[in-house]
Design a protein around this ligand. Structure first.
Ligand SMILES: Cc1cc2nc3c(=O)[nH]c(=O)nc-3n(C[C@H](O)[C@H](O)[C@H](O)COP(=O)(O)O)c2cc1C
Length: 174
């Protein structure tokens, strides 16, 4: 797929098929993530790759309870979640992690997969919950790291149309 077509046709997908993503595709997505730019080439991110259904269900339960929405499936039943975490304490780490996440979304699109940024795992209130912290540990998020964002990924039959883009967001000085 042409790079520009990939960028313009990527959409946030919130409905996934019950079909596993292959290890080969996961490796390709992680390679794309690792080749994102990072400030001073820091590459300080960590990628946790989760396909374990029990873990995903537990995470949804904890987040649902925290936000008073017990039936909430935070990852929209996607078969794969990639958590991007980084050392806490510097806004630039959020920028690095966000670049990696966008590479994840675009490479997923190029492979015919849907994806969506899942923000809730970074909510500060969850970091006071020992059950949540235990799940992050199980997922391999290093001690002292904070979740920048995570990517739900999977096959889909849903191809949302792009929402209208706002006008007046660009200025030129020629
Ligand atoms: C920082 C950030 C956080 C987001 N968090 C969520 C989220 O928690 N759940 C969700 O369904 N979508 C989330 N999204 C996806 C946005 O809702 C989506 O990108 C936006 O509506 C535009 O749609 P598009 O991605 O299809 O162009 C997030 C996007 C960004 C950039």
């Amino acid at each position: 797929m042409d790079a520009l077509e990939c960028i313009l046709s990527r959409r946030s997908v919130r409905n996934y098929l019950d079909k596993e993503v292959s290890d080969k595709d996961i490796e390709t997505i992680l390679e794309a993530a690792k080749f994102a730019p990072s400030a001073m080439n820091n590459q300080g991110w960590h990628f946790s790759v989760i396909t374990n259904k029990d873990w995903l269900a537990k995470m949804s339960k904890i987040i649902g309870e925290t936000f008073s929405n017990p039936n909430y499936n935070v990852t929209y039943h996607a078969p794969l979640l990639i958590i991007v975490s980084h050392k806490d304490g510097n806004l630039i780490y959020d920028h690095d992690g966000s670049c990696a996440l966008e590479n994840i979304f675009l490479s997923a699109r190029a492979l015919g997969l849907g994806s969506c940024w899942i923000n809730q795992l970074g909510e500060p209130i969850l970091y006071k919950n020992p059950k949540f912290m235990e799940l992050l540990k199980e997922a391999g998020v290093p001690e002292g790291y904070r979740v920048i964002g995570s990517a739900a990924i999977g096959y889909t039959n849903e191809f949302p149309l792009a929402k209208e883009r706002k006008e007046h967001t660009i200025s030129y000085l020629k």
